[in-house]
Design a binder for this molecule. Sequence first.
Ligand SMILES: Nc1ncnc2c1ncn2[C@@H]1O[C@H](COP(=O)(O)OP(=O)(O)O)[C@@H](O)[C@H]1O
Ligand SMILES: [Mg+2]
Length: 466
Amino acid sequence: MLSELRNKRPLKNADDKIHEWLMAQMAPIVSDIKRPIRYATEKIRLKTDRAPLLEEIFEGVECPVDEEGNRIIIRVREVSKIFGKSPEVVIPLLEKGMSKGEILKTTGNTVGLYDINFDVKEGEIFVLMGLSGSGKSTLERCLNRLFEPTTGTVLIEGLDFTALKTDPLRVVRRNKMSMVFQNFGLLPHRDVKNNVAYGLEMKGMDETARLQKAQVAIEMVGLVGYENSKPASLSGGMKQRVGLARALATDPGILFMDEAFSALDPLIRRDMQDELLKIQAELGKTIVFVTHDLDEALKLGDRIALMKDGKIVQIGDAEDILQRPADEYVSRFVEDVDRTKILTAGVFMKKPHDVVYMTQGPRTALKLMEENDSTMIFALDKKRRLQGLVEADDALRAVRNSMKLNEVMITDIPTVYTDTQMSDVIQLLVTNNFPIPVVDDDNVLLGVVRPAAAVEALNVGGDFNG
Ligand SMILES: Nc1ncnc2c1ncn2[C@@H]1O[C@H](COP(=O)(O)OP(=O)(O)O)[C@@H](O)[C@H]1O
Ligand SMILES: [Mg+2]
């Protein structure tokens, strides 16, 4: 009941969030301010004081890597967040195992988060999932320090982000992070292009340059033709595209998205999910995506952290969560899921590592196949649209006879969409001896389903008669 009520009032919360974030972004760095100066000493200080440069902040900092050599962009260690007057008395109680409810009753403090630990790898979509009130937004806000964690550390590319003072904090935030909100947070009096250019303006970029950059982002999210429109004239899906473009325009390494698609109609929501997968495949952003929707989590998440009462109960990929639920809570969460929705290509596809661009030619194709220990590779045009498939023998023949990729490429290959049922994909896997490409309406390659995924899908317990 309470959670329903909360969901019915997203506007106020979202507005607060947007305000908070925009203010955090806008708040001028000391050297930007032209405030009246009363004392000579202060004048001198202000003149010489400047915000640190990003390179200075990161000097000597080493980004951690995991055992496979992936850079760890966000590392969270023992983060807790207590809301209330006496957070210090709460931590020992939590250590003794007292529950969130008991703590609220006996101390009046709310446990937002307790003992959160995880790593987010470069280029990964990391989903925070859980019921309303489980702590997803609190956790995301502790990562970008819209909230101060009560305890624990957050490392950004190895830098202790939790220890940063105001100025370096803003510099890192402006250069490395963006946020996309559920209720768009667009400035009503600005047209689309100036909304998208907003973050760049905050960074002090001149008008021509920022509008140019904004245009690139506008093209990326499919808003060409709407540059001069005002937000009020746009549909919800379009507004969300503007929000996404604004976040992308500053070219942040990390994108925070909090229920960004939750307010959209189902079909538009699906489009936006595909759009995000496409952009992510192209740009390799690191994304922390908050959702209460399991289907969305399974479709988007490279890994999913399932939260309950301010704690993470399980971290894993879609298969882990579905097949090896860590406890009763996860099982129940997963039980309700519509199996036919889960057993789709979008859930079982993996990133297409094995791609070559037409402009790269057969020699590169061969090299990439060697690196990936593969005998075939998908060929894409500049816009990542699928052009065909090249087999190793043919690539070799092309190199020997100075032929182009398109002369040896197989163009007649089956493709599927993210919502294609796995039963159909499995049929294709059986009759073709290569992974099945998953594309969007423009034939942009979003992922591939490999034979191993079929086995996963069968294990998840689908009934493949239909
Ligand atoms: N600013 C705040 N002050 C006090 N309690 C808060 C605040 N923000 C969140 N909480 C509490 O923290 C818990 C987690 O909330 P939240 O992170 O918003 O959950 P979710 O995003 O998963 O719905 C809830 O019990 C909520 O009431
Ligand atoms: Mg939330």
